[in-house]
Design a protein around this ligand. Sequence first.
Ligand SMILES: NC(=O)C1=CN([C@@H]2O[C@H](COP(=O)(O)OP(=O)(O)OC[C@H]3O[C@@H](n4cnc5c(N)ncnc54)[C@H](O)[C@@H]3O)[C@@H](O)[C@H]2O)C=CC1
Ligand SMILES: O=C(O)[C@@H]1CCC=N1
Length: 285
Amino acid sequence: MSERVAIIGGGKIGEALVAGLLSSGKPARDLVVVEASSERAEEIAQEYKVLVTDIATAVENAQIVVIAVKPDAVDGVLAELGKVDDNNDVERVTVTLVAGLPAAKYENALPAGSPVIRVMSNTPLLVNEAMSAMSAGRYATEEQVQTVSALLGAVGKVMVVPENLMDAVTAISGSGPAYVFLLAESMIDAGVSLGLTRAQAAALARQTIRGAGAMLTESGMTSTDLRAAVTSPGGTTAAAIIELERAGIRPAMYAATAAAAARSSQLSRRSELEGSPGNGGDGRG
Ligand SMILES: NC(=O)C1=CN([C@@H]2O[C@H](COP(=O)(O)OP(=O)(O)OC[C@H]3O[C@@H](n4cnc5c(N)ncnc54)[C@H](O)[C@@H]3O)[C@@H](O)[C@H]2O)C=CC1
Ligand SMILES: O=C(O)[C@@H]1CCC=N1
């Protein structure tokens, strides 16, 4: 894992990637960050002791260029990348972590034939527990897919999916940590309403979610079987679950994830319109 990785965008997800890669053993000298906000750049350099520099210096000698800016900043980054003198000695793959924007958008803007890999990861990158789904663009080789898969595998689990599933992936694992944090918030507030202190309720909810998460990943049992094992006949869990079902927890999850996927797809359609004829687009669906 000796590739030099340039990360463009040192925000929440860029920082999480830096932190995760460092704690997985990647040397700081192999990471370089580009960050538009000088305050943020200073924070990243101080905290992680990585080089934070301009895009041309960062990209030079980087085998992997990761784009981790908000979707509306991508055009600016692609324009800056277009101005960078390409060093043909370095085989470079561009990895985009940006929600909603298709690999073709980057392929159309970068020099012809540039390999691109689209990834949807999540903030548990910070604790080496990310779920990253990746789709290879048209020009990415199997070897590049393996290289990026190994890089992301150092900070969590990796799944390869066809690009048409990226909106669904974004809705489940990209945004998913927020659903779990919302569940934690509501459990804590509920605990307080039942007489626990906030600190007690928070400690109970945190460890319960951690333990349940570990059972989900380590027991080999399905979520349905795990839930059944907690639910004693006529007991407390059954009483609670009746209320959660009555409140519509399942339809709420269908509607929430459909809204997230629709938003991701909307970003993708908008980028296709912007990239259509006259703007370097190839009109691909
Ligand atoms: N936050 C999350 O949980 C997840 C975010 N994503 C995707 O990751 C991307 C980044 O999201 P966040 O980190 O949450 O956003 P953020 O707003 O925290 O970070 C973006 C950073 O990029 C910097 N930036 C903007 N333009 C730049 C440029 N031209 N050059 C260098 N730096 C520039 C900004 O100053 C900011 O620090 C988004 O596209 C989002 O869709 C994907 C999965 C999960
Ligand atoms: O909310 C967002 O748009 C980003 C993408 C997935 C998680 N956060």
